[in-house]
Design a protein around this ligand. Sequence first.
Ligand code: NAP
Length: 309
Amino acid sequence: MLDLAIIGGGPAGLTAGLYATRGGLKNVTMFEMGMPGGQITGSSEIENYPGQEKVVSGMDLMQTWPEQAMRFGLKHEMQQVLKVRKAGDNFEVELADGSKQEARAVLLATGSVPKKGGFKGEKEFFGRGISTCATCDGFFYKNKEVAVIGGGDSALEEAVYLSKICSKVYLVHRRDTYRAAPSTIEHMRACENIEEVTNVTVEEVIGDNMGVTGLIVKSKENDELRQLDVPGVFVFVGRDVLSDALKQDDGSYLCEVNEQTEVVVDLKMRTNVPGLYAAGDVRIEAAKQVVCAAADGATAAVDIIEYLG
Ligand code: NAP
């Protein structure tokens, strides 16, 4: 029987594991199907993690976290968790290999995945010219022109990153004001090879059997169509939370979730089911920052130790 099952190995899960084991819990397993580090490892530049004075990639930022977290006995199982169910006072965690583990408490720290834009050609060309990771795929477009879709921090930061690799970046946004932080907008505007294409809707990504050849956008002012001849399109239009593991066989969720299936928690990261916690981007009102996810993990672990007595 596990004391605590942590689902997800990003900043929230790793920090919870560190605090839980250092705080005395003996049997704590973190289930993470990939390498620990989380979604932030796909970010090209982090400049707002406190104490990290230099701009670093997400991969570099997270490099030392797993070793530190495991120093006090946290175990990592490279497994996908399919389902969490109630089992008396405890929980049953069902894994993708068909096995099950029981845990006295569960922390969901599964984060989120990139949202789809929902435009024509997106499904067809995903992975063949359409990407959601500039650090992974940017290099394929060295000295070529690309388009970035979105107006949040992710889109603008990754547009800046791509502008250093690519000959030109079209930043395509559906409004003429951005959600991104003012300093990020300033960085973006300082890049001479970024052209802002604003107040447009994405009509279609076009291509052939080799991959993407262009992006067609429509002006919201005069309905005029414009074709951007780019072999690469990067989509950063927000994220969907990963709370499916809480979905029960009858379609209901194990604990309260909101309309976006974000997990409802209180200030101690407790759900409305005793022993079940959520931390990081998967919870309601998440600021979606590494430092906040880490803090959530610590907050949850401190309460879990008290809960387990
Ligand atoms: P976001 O802030 O939700 O921005 C998504 C952007 O995509 C918005 O500009 C939105 O337009 C646009 N959009 C949404 N659906 C669209 C569609 N179907 N077609 C075209 N455009 C669409 O998402 P994010 O940039 O991924 O950021 C997520 C969270 O992480 C935010 O809280 C952000 O602050 C945070 N974050 C922080 C940092 C940092 O601190 N360094 C870095 C990255 C992300 P509208 O504006 O018109 O809605």
